[in-house]
Design a protein around this ligand. Structure first.
Ligand code: ZN
Ligand code: ZN
Length: 166
């Protein structure tokens, strides 16, 4: 299928401040450019929103540099203040910061693949007993009825704590 993208001198057509609702052709250009949610490591390619990096209410235009594709989860995170988005989408200089202010592109060390097969077991494996829980033997005990036992246990613990062990 062919998806038309409108360009003028190589720059996707811009509608600036004339339209708040992103026109279909601009939306298409943004979705094609980003190829999915633009948040590093997200990879969502469905149910994408086109978000104004500089919010419309703050004077941000509906131009491709100010628009970025976000999945609904990340879009919500941003508008709830848990994801900071800044930069120019056309220049690929968008910076995403999480709620801790950490640049999400600078992800830390990745898990290393294992170097070989796991070590051989050193002892016989004893599986759990896998008995069914029989509710006939489960009953509710009022905490007041447990109090004498709790007192006994505490007294025992106190006696043993007082006894030097070595
Ligand atoms: Zn938005
Ligand atoms: Zn996402």
């Amino acid at each position: 299928m062919l998806t038309p993208v409108f360009h003028r001198n190589g720059v996707p057509i811009s509608v600036g401040r004339t339209q708040h609702i992103v026109p279909a052709r601009t939306r298409k250009a943004v979705l094609l450019r980003d190829g999915g949610c633009a948040v590093p490591g997200c990879g969502a390619t469905r149910h994408l929103d086109v978000h104004h990096i500089v919010h419309w209410s703050d004077g941000g235009p509906s131009d491709t540099w100010n628009l970025v594709a976000l999945c609904t989860h990340h879009h919500r995170s941003h508008h709830r203040g848990r994801l900071e988005i800044s930069g120019n989408a056309d220049l690929g200089t968008i910076v995403f910061r999480n709620q801790h202010g950490v640049n999400m592109a600078n992800d830390g060390p990745r898990p290393e693949p294992p170097e070989g097969p796991p070590p051989a077991p050193t002892s016989e494996y004893h599986p759990p007993l896998c008995e069914r829980l029989d509710m006939n033997y489960v009953s509710f005990v009022h905490p007041a009825r447990l109090a004498p036992f709790t007192r006994q246990a505490k007294a025992w613990a106190a006696r043993h704590a007082a006894t030097p062990t070595s």
